[in-house]
Write a protein that binds this ligand. Structure first.
Ligand code: NAP
Length: 406
């Protein structure tokens, strides 16, 4: 990617260097050009697009009005302030080479100006492929295991935010290798918490799953432990500034090892295998998952679990959408599998509120005040959010559209 010095950039855009520096200061919540190791500014095409936009707006608007306008433009799907949150920040992303991690990087680099995103994961090949695919030097690559506390500490130095996505997440793999799941998902979480506190990270968001609610398999149980560790991390941080929150969501559409790739493969044989025809699941897109994480960073005080309002899907509708002419073979529910998933548990209801298009489970700390949640709507006692009692459902037609886009 071509990079310009301030002189080249100024000449190219016909804007004086002093004005460019002034705008950088005034619009710092939206715009943070990269710096070389020596501290000189290095401008890219994206910076040029930003300055060109400000040039156009400055002909009709005051600085304050431009800021308001930029807030609207930079926000994701109307989620205001996301840009101002990450621009100029260094983010450490564990599991950065996974489905979520890559999508997170893609969206942030395309839409915002983070200073750097540090990818933290084990496999050098995945990192190499990602480096080739992205070709963006705001991405930095750290080989490391979340089980390795020292390495995590080093990787977190100077980070402002942490997104913790690394996990062992295949249900059967966790059932058959239980200690490995404990080491990665629980000890790894503890290491992330300790390193973040020691490095003075401002905010940490950890990714959780519907399988952590009333878990029936080890994957869900380890994620439940991790959630509890992250929530308690806020107390553990004591007077230090680090704050922790979780996001919890259901199956990601077409993620690795999920049912869509399986059905697409089975379509060739004319037979789709279904564990139980009554089964329902929550479905979320990767865009929505990234947006949820950004919203968590935006609204968290520390200690919350953020849950998106997302649709459910009936497994038989998915089968119809992928191959209406295929026959269905019922193979019986697998160990560790539920008929329906839940995103909130019954006991969580009294601490759960509806807020900004999400459900938020608030923590039970005696010292915790609902500062950011005055406008939040309280939920009725006994409220549960399960995939079979959802009020939003994906139709066969919608499922067909999604599959056609994959
Ligand atoms: N996909 C879903 O449907 C879904 C639904 C709800 C919640 N979630 C949660 O979302 C998160 C991300 O899921 P995903 O779908 O992106 O998973 P994924 O595609 O399997 O990616 C997992 C990532 O974690 C890294 N990783 C695994 N073990 C590690 C370790 N010990 N140390 C460091 N890095 C490690 C992997 O890279 P290396 O192998 O190279 O280390 C990879 O980058 C997980 O926490 C998962 O529980 C996923």
């Amino acid at each position: 990617m071509k990079k310009f010095t301030i002189g080249e950039f100024s000449e190219r855009l016909g804007v004086r260097p002093s004005k460019i520096r002034y705008w950088e200061q005034v619009f710092s919540e939206f715009w943070a050009p990269e710096r070389s190791r020596g501290g000189q500014r290095r401008y890219t095409e994206k910076d040029a697009q930003f300055v060109e936009r400000v040039l156009v707006l400055s002909k009709q608007m005051s600085l304050a009005e431009i800021k308001e306008q930029l807030k609207k433009e930079v926000g994701m799907n109307g989620g205001k302030d996301a840009g101002s949150l990450v621009n100029g920040k260094t983010i450490l992303l564990t599991g950065g080479t996974g489905s979520f991690g890559k999508h997170f990087c893609r969206l942030l680099l395309d839409r915002f100006q983070p200073k750097a995103i540090r990818i933290y994961s084990r496999d050098e090949l995945k990192q190499h492929e990602m480096r080739q695919e992205f070709g963006d030097d705001r991405l930095r690559y750290f080989i490391g295991d979340v089980r390795d506390a020292d390495r995590l500490r080093r990787a977190m130095e100077g980070a402002d935010y942490v997104v913790h996505a690394a996990a062992l997440k295949q249900v059967p793999a966790c059932e058959y290798n239980p200690f490995e799941a404990v080491k990665t998902n629980i000890h790894g979480a503890q290491n992330v918490i300790d390193a973040a506190i020691d490095a003075g990270v401002e905010k940490v968001v950890a990714l959780s799953t519907d399988k952590a609610v009333n878990p029936v398999n080890l994957y869900g149980a380890t994620k439940l432990c991790a959630d509890k560790l992250f929530i308690q991390g806020n107390a553990y941080a004591g007077g230090r500034r680090t704050r922790f929150a979780c996001v919890r969501y259901g199956n990601v559409i077409a993620s690795r090892g999920s049912v869509i790739p399986l059905f697409l493969k089975q379509r060739e044989t004319g037979v789709l295998t279904v564990t139980d025809p009554r089964m329902t699941r929550f479905w979320i897109t990767l865009d929505q998952a990234v947006e949820l994480v950004l919203k968590a960073f935006r609204y968290m005080q520390g200690g919350e679990i953020f849950i998106p309002k997302i649709p459910s899907m009936r497994i038989m509708d998915l089968a119809k959408a992928i191959c209406p002419e295929c026959s269905i073979k019922t193979i019986g529910i697998r160990p560790g599998e539920k008929l329906h998933e839940a995103l909130t548990g019954e006991d969580e209801a009294r601490n759960t509120v509806a807020y900004k298009g999400m459900y938020v489970v608030l923590p039970n700390f005696s010292w915790w005040r609902r500062e950011n949640y005055h406008e939040a709507e309280k939920l009725p006692e006994g409220f549960v959010y399960t995939s079979d009692k959802n009020d939003q459902w994906m139709t066969v037609e919608q499922l067909k559209e999604i599959i056609a886009r994959l």
